[in-house]
Write a protein that binds this ligand. Structure first.
Ligand SMILES: NC(=O)c1ccc[n+]([C@@H]2O[C@H](COP(=O)([O-])OP(=O)(O)OC[C@H]3O[C@@H](n4cnc5c(N)ncnc54)[C@H](OP(=O)(O)O)[C@@H]3O)[C@@H](O)[C@H]2O)c1
Length: 266
């Protein structure tokens, strides 16, 4: 029975991974959530699917993640086929600042929080689940990064905001390369994917978000004139990511690609 654990499963892309993977009755799927308060839809989904297990763990809390891995091990008999590091923190209030305009009282706080969740959280989670992955048959770890963490992409597109998030995503790309180098001989595949620009808003966008998206769309259109200009729905992004994940072999370990499987970020 293929087994998958997904962090940040309460909503957005993480929820969609759980939904699509659990639709195959042969799979057993563990959805890790930070808080029950945002996980209503996931609990609803789990009510009608015996192959979904919901566990609570903040990825920035290494002990909590170890406890979640122990719970998974109890259910699977000590194995996990695939870990999906999806959870992430994006500072919403301050994301439009550039580094030179970032108020100093927020800068250290936002850098630290981004690092704590998006980098250390991925390391804690990966380390906690590694012994299970080593016993699994698929041996895959997928981490969701972002085109915002691709140095060449950001240079080309010219996105100057969301610095702390972007820095943390660039860092986690390197984290995955290190794991790939470390575990190549064991045949564990570490893959990093940017999911594209995906609509994970809950409810209609605020005027500020509409304006921000329109600016981003203009920048992206200059580099990708054939792009539709529309964000993907989670359903399509996750479907494309799962195809890439399924195809990935040890030769791809350490790669950072988009949902298209290349360096085209939208
Ligand atoms: N959406 C996009 O366009 C886009 C583009 C590029 C990359 N990505 C990447 O794709 C992934 C998913 O994005 P998304 O849009 O689905 O994000 P989202 O809607 O903001 O959901 C993020 C999820 O991560 C959880 N989370 C945050 N901090 C956590 C922590 N410390 N411990 C455990 N869980 C935590 C959140 O929990 P709560 O519900 O409790 O807040 C939430 O369930 C992220 O890695 C993101 O960086 C997304």
């Amino acid at each position: 029975m293929p087994s998958y654990a997904i962090t940040g499963a309460a909503r957005g892309i993480g929820y969609e991974f759980v939904r699509q993977l659990s639709a195959q009755p042969g799979n057993v799927v563990f959805g890790l959530i930070r808080s029950k308060s945002t996980a209503g839809n996931l609990f609803e989904l789990a009510k009608n699917a015996s192959n979904i297990h919901v566990l609570q763990a903040d990825v920035a809390d290494s002990q909590a993640v170890k406890e979640a891995a122990a719970e998974v091990a109890k259910i699977t008999g000590g194995t996990l086929d695939c870990l999906i590091n999806n959870a992430a923190f994006l500072e919403v209030e301050h994301r439009n600042y550039t580094f030179d305009t970032y108020p100093e009282e927020y800068l250290a706080q936002d850098m630290n929080k981004s690092f704590e969740v998006n980098v250390l959280g991925v390391i804690y989670t990966t380390n906690a689940f590694l012994p299970l992955i080593q016993q699994g048959s698929m041996k895959k770890v997928l981490t969701l990064s972002s085109g915002m963490g691709d140095l060449d992409g950001v240079r080309e597109i010219g996105i100057n905001s969301a610095g702390p998030y972007s820095v943390s995503k660039a860092a986690v790309n390197m984290v995955m390369v290190k794991y790939a180098a470390r575990f190549k001989d064991e045949g564990i595949v570490f893959l990093t994917i940017s999911p594209g620009l995906v609509n994970t808003l809950q409810g209609p966008p605020s005027p500020a978000i509409v304006q921000e998206l329109s600016l981003l769309t203009k920048l992206l259109k200059k580099v990708y004139p054939n792009w539709s200009g529309k964000p993907l729905e989670p359903e399509e992004s996750v479907r494309l990511q799962l195809e890439i994940l399924e195809r990935a072999t040890i030769k791809d370990s350490g790669a950072f690609v988009s949902h298209h499987g290349n360096k085209q970020w939208v």
